[in-house]
Design a protein around this ligand. Structure first.
Ligand SMILES: Cc1ncc(COP(=O)(O)O)c(C=O)c1O
Length: 427
């Protein structure tokens, strides 16, 4: 596991410059000023994303025609794909674009499972339902066994050995969530991949980065997975788009496609060019942020993205310390006797800035409403189609989730802590 990120808030000059680049950072268009602390559900959208989507989405004609507008559409799609590879630290090989991470989960697992009767698919209790259910449904469809690795209740994360213990020579695929959308627990992907490869070199390792992507650098090639998937709306772009990089051996597996297309082409039909331009705008933004935070600024886009993601991690680590331990006389989340934090209590080791907690005697739905009335936007995770399996493994039926992003400020964390203190104060 890599060392925990250093803690360093953005400078007083940089923080507002960051917020200025996002739509609705300070207020909701319907309800007015508020602190947006529900970033695990979807990041705020960059203004440049909206502009790029409109500009490229409005171009007449489709790609592949002999006219300037068509050539610009084609260029935007190619540039978007290259930027996905840069963002993921992946070779420029196969970059799949889909409507959602859920769609990617079904397609990738189907490709891994096809024609492998009698084997198994390994997923985990920490997986989002997209991978957990895809593994269950596709295992049943293809006559495979679904094996489910347990999460670690103390850390709210996944232990590499717990995954490795379930794989064998008949494992077709292993799904690994990089960061939990409920507990924030972060998986050591490289350790999982190394242990799985040692026992089951044939197994396709598919990483779900939907939650990690906005919190830290992705090194898809370095951590040795066969696919790394994420949703664009979680990282400041628009909904309706997910991307994945695929290893050569996974890309070559049979998959739905037009007969005359190259084997490694995974996109189906005409994709929205605005979605590709929008993601390039995300990478442009990260390059800008990297240039503000690294001295000297790296010369290439990957280096700038890495600098930005390290600065984001450091800022979020400082915010997370404040949230858990309090500051300026405000008690932190951990100081309240009625509060239980589910998962890692350390504010930076093995976790990201997503926190699940319960308050004894208080239903989560009512708490979320009360926070909302105090201008703090949170969400709860309940035992439904998305979260039931993970909450059961954690031993609870519902939790409140507070999740931070790098545009959040210490003042917004304090708004959360103040609301919590007031809500828990004896009547
Ligand atoms: C960890 C994780 N995986 C997968 C998903 C599903 O993403 P999508 O809505 O793009 O299918 C989510 C959505 O919240 C998530 O947090």
């Amino acid at each position: 596991m890599s060392d925990p990120a250093p803690e360093k808030l953005f400078s007083p000059a940089l923080q507002p410059a960051v917020r200025e680049r996002f739509l609705h950072a300070d207020g909701d268009p319907f309800t007015g000023p508020r602190a947006y602390l529900e970033n695990a559900g979807g990041g705020l959208t960059l203004k440049a994303v909206f502009a790029a989507d409109q500009r490229v989405g409005a171009l007449p004609d489709n790609a592949g025609r002999d006219n300037p507008a068509s050539r610009e559409v084609g260029r935007a799609i190619q540039a978007g794909r290259a930027d996905v590879a840069t963002f993921l630290g992946a070779p420029a090989g196969t970059i799949l674009s889909e409507q959602s991470t859920t769609a990617c989960a079904f397609r990738l697992l189907e490709a891994a499972a096809l024609g492998r009767r009698g084997g198994n698919l390994v997923c985990s209790q920490l997986d989002h339902a997209s991978f957990y259910d895809a593994a269950g449904i596709l295992a049943a469809r293809h006559g495979l066994e679904r094996r489910v690795a347990p999460l670690n209740r103390a850390t709210g994360a996944l232990d590499p050995d717990a995954v490795a213990a379930l794989v064998d020579a008949d494992t077709a695929a292993v799904t690994v969530i990089h960061a939990s959308n409920i507990t924030g627990g972060r998986t050591d992907l490289a350790a999982v991949a190394a242990r799985v490869r040692a026992r089951a070199p044939q197994a396709m390792i598919i990483a779900d980065g939907a939650q990690h992507a906005q919190h830290g650098l992705v090194d898809a090639a370095g951590c040795g997975v066969d696919a790394y998937v994420f949703s664009a709306y979680k990282i400041f772009s628009k909904p309706g788009f997910a991307f994945a990089c695929l290893s050569e051996r996974l890309a070559a597996r049979p998959h739905a496609q037009l007969a005359g297309k190259a084997a490694a082409d995974w996109d189906l039909g005409t994709r929205d060019p605005g979605g590709f331009a929008a993601f390039s705008a995300v990478v442009d933004y990260l390059c800008w942020l990297g240039a503000q935070t690294a001295a000297p600024a790296p010369a290439d886009r990957r280096g700038l993205v890495a600098a930005a993601m390290h600065a984001i991690e450091a800022h979020e680590a400082a915010l997370s310390r404040r949230l858990l331990h309090g500051a300026d006389g405000l008690p932190g989340l951990l100081a309240h006797a009625r509060v239980t934090l589910h998962g890692q209590r350390d504010h930076r080791a093995g976790r990201e800035a997503v926190f699940a907690f319960s308050v004894a005697g208080a239903p989560t739905g009512r708490l979320v409403q009360e926070f909302g009335r105090r201008g703090v936007i949170l969400h709860d995770r309940v035992s439904d189609a998305y979260s039931g399996h993970t909450l059961a493994a954690l031993g609870v039926r519902e939790v409140v989730r507070v999740s931070l992003a790098h545009y959040n400020t210490p003042a917004e964390v304090d708004a959360f802590l103040r609301a919590l203190r007031d809500l828990l104060a004896p009547a």
